[in-house]
Every structure is written in C-alpha cells, then in structure tokens.
Ligand binder design. Structure first.
Ligand code: GDP
Length: 366
C-alpha cells in the first residue's frame, strides 16, 4: 500500500510495512478452555483419584462444592465409589482465634508430617466465607512452605450456604482425599461460633491453639471448646514470651483437672511450642500419635468414628429436609403470609408453624 508519509519530502513519521494479523495469540487456548470445563465420567474421576491424581481430585472437590444438581449427582457417585478406599488416615482438627497462629502452625506441623513420609491434606471449615466472599482459612498463601510440596493438598473452605452444608462438603472432601492416598488430614476452623462442633464431629484428634495472655485467658474460652479438646497447645512460646507461655500452660492444665475424664479415657495435655520458630513441633505431633495409639488400643477410635458416621447420617437428613422445605415455592409463599399474620398478632407463632407444616405434608401426599 502507498503511504504519502513515506515520500522523501514528507517530514513526519514513517509507516512501516505491516504483517498480517496472527489468527490468535495461542492457538491452543480454546482447547484449553474446553478442557478446563470438561466434566469427566464417574469412573474417570474414581480411577484418577485412586491413582493419586491431584488435578482430578481437585476437580472432583469442585463438584462436591457446586450447587448444580448435575454436579452433585456425579459427586455423590464418585464419593460412593471411593468409600471402600477410605478411613485409613489420621484426621486432626485445629482451632484457634484469628491470630493464634493456625496457618503458621499448620505450615510447620505439615512440613514435619511430610518429613515423616506422609501425605497431607489441609481442609477448612469457615462458615463466614459466604459473607466475606472468599475464605482465609486453608488458603495456600498462608502456608508458604507447605503449598509448594507435592505431597500436600491444600483446599480452602467451601463457601456455600449454612454451616451444616459447608461442613458436610468438607467431610465429603475428606473421603476423596483419603481415597487419593492422603493419610493425614488437617481440618482447620476459626475458633468462634459453632464451627468447632462441626470439625469435632469429623476428626480423631481435636487440637485447640491458645496464646499466653495476661493470666485471665481462661475467661475468654467457652467451656464447651475446652471440653472438646484432646490437646491444648500454647503457641508463640519464643523469645520473651516463653515464661508467659509456661504460666498459661499451668493455668490450662489446672483448669482441665476440674473437668471429668473424657469418654476416650485420655487426659488432655497442655504443651507449649512456637509455630514460627519451629520449636516443640515434634512434641505436639508426638502427643497426637500417642493419643491415636491409646484410643486404638482401648477401642475408642472405632467408637468415635462410628458415632460420627451416625451423626452425619442424621445431619444430612436434617439438612436435606430443611432445604427441601424452604426451597419449595408454595411453602415460601405460605411462609410470607403466615409471617405477616404472626406480626399482625392474628395468629400465634405455633399455630402459624403448624399451618405451614400441614400444607407441606399435604403437598407431599399429592
Ligand atoms: P491465624 O490467623 O490463626 O492463622 O494466625 P497466623 O498464622 O496468621 O499468625 C498470626 C500472626 O502471629 C502472624 O503475624 C504470625 O507471624 C505470628 N505468629 C504465628 N506463630 C508465631 C510464633 O510461634 N511465634 C511468634 N512470635 N509469632 C507467631
């Protein structure tokens, strides 16, 4: 093409001869996009998981987390098929308030666990992630060393729905991780609200991370959480903090003496350590190993897992019933009407509840 700008007399910019435009930057990109969206067959997922294929495991977990019925259907079948290959891990629950050092500690515990020749999955339960749109717990960036390890699988909290829903998804993820050969599972939760109960109901050992405070630290902890703990560890026992940590250790140990011996027959211990400086990590993990050996010996390990299975059966029924009820459009309409009648004092709360439930039952009979 002729360009006036290229004339000898023209003083302005020159225009160079162009080249034809490339069809696409990366000809493989489209294939890749298709590949990303692919849903495999149930047996492809199962075979991949049993072979320890982390990518397929991750994609199967995404199906568990999806709210789409077609994804759920595949996920449930995959779980069902993986079930015979599960149960062979040690499941550890870890809780502590934000800032207690959970991620720093899991990074250190995790590196030691891998050093001992294990495969570790780190999962999380954070019911608040729905509100914050993104979960901090179980986030890879918080576990710098662990996140680069081949034998570690880190997955943040599922972010959909109720605590029960989030917890069920994490429990189902444990099943897939175990089938993929992960023999150590850590489930992390933030030490506020009800999520500890959910984590407690899916682990073999429940570890409470505490900080040394001003001496009145015991007042801040709910009794229920202390009672659930199989071990309490005081983090940040380093530098000037060592003395304070030891003092806190004896406070907690004394407080634990006031509780009756748990059903496991194991008297919970209190240890101090430093997740950041890698001090006392082996002792904490040693305590967990000792506990596991103890409860396997006295039969409590089996007992706890059985009662957890029972618990999850009923939890799942409760959750399904509830969502079936509340997602029913007819019921949603009736609920609105009854709610207004209750607020106008035309009908009592109980009568309103019974009325809606009656309508639901009648709809079911149709
Ligand atoms: P999380 O919110 O419970 O996960 O706590 P983080 O692991 O994010 O830790 C909170 C802060 O405490 C960070 O600034 C860490 O560097 C610091 N920290 C964690 N563990 C230790 C420890 O053992 N010693 C000291 N001195 N600081 C720590």
């Amino acid at each position: 093409m002729e360009h006036v700008e290229n004339d000898e007399q023209f003083q302005g910019l020159r225009v160079n001869k162009g080249i034809s435009e490339q069809p696409t930057v990366n000809p493989y990109l489209n294939n890749f996009k298709k590949f990303k969206r692919k849903i495999y067959t149930v047996s492809e997922y199962v075979e991949g998981i049993l072979k320890g294929d982390i990518s397929l495991l991750g994609q199967a977990v995404t199906l568990i987390e999806s709210s789409k019925p077609e994804h759920q259907a595949v996920a449930q079948e995959v779980i069902e098929k993986c079930l015979p290959y599960t149960g062979n891990s040690i499941r550890i629950g870890i809780t502590g308030v934000p800032g207690a050092g959970k991620s720093t500690s899991i990074d250190s515990f995790g590196m030691q666990i891998l050093k001992e020749g294990n495969k570790l999955a780190v999962l999380a339960i954070d019911p608040s992630s729905e509100v914050t749109k993104g979960s901090i717990l179980g986030d890879k960036t918080r576990m710098e060393r662990l996140s680069t390890q081949d034998n570690a699988f880190i997955r943040p909290s599922p972010s959909a729905g109720s605590l029960g829903g989030v917890a069920r998804k994490t429990r189902e993820t444990i099943i897939l991780c175990e089938a993929a050969g992960f023999n150590r599972i850590i489930v992390e939760t933030v030490g506020v609200g009800q999520s500890e109960t959910a984590v407690h109901s899916m682990v073999d050992f429940f570890l409470l991370i505490q900080l040394a405070g001003t001496g009145d630290e015991l007042q801040g902890i709910k009794r229920g959480i202390m009672e659930m703990a199989d071990g309490i560890v005081i983090n940040k026992a380093d530098g000037n903090n060592i003395e304070k940590a030891r003092l806190a250790q004896s406070h907690f140990q004394n407080a634990l003496h006031l509780f009756p011996l748990p059903d496991s027959g194991w008297a919970p211990r209190v240890l101090t350590y430093s997740g950041y400086y890698d001090l006392g990590i082996e002792e904490v993990l040693g305590m967990i190993d000792e506990y596991i050996a103890f409860v396997k010996e006295n039969g409590y390990f089996e007992h706890r897992r059985n009662s957890q299975s029972r618990y999850w059966m009923y939890e799942t029924i409760n959750e399904k019933l509830k969502s079936n009820f509340y997602n029913n459009q007819h019921i949603q309409k009736e609920l609105k009407i009854c709610e207004n009648q209750v607020l106008d004092a035309k009908i009592s709360s109980f009568a309103a509840a019974n009325k809606v439930l009656d309508i639901y039952m009648k709809d079911l009979m149709k």
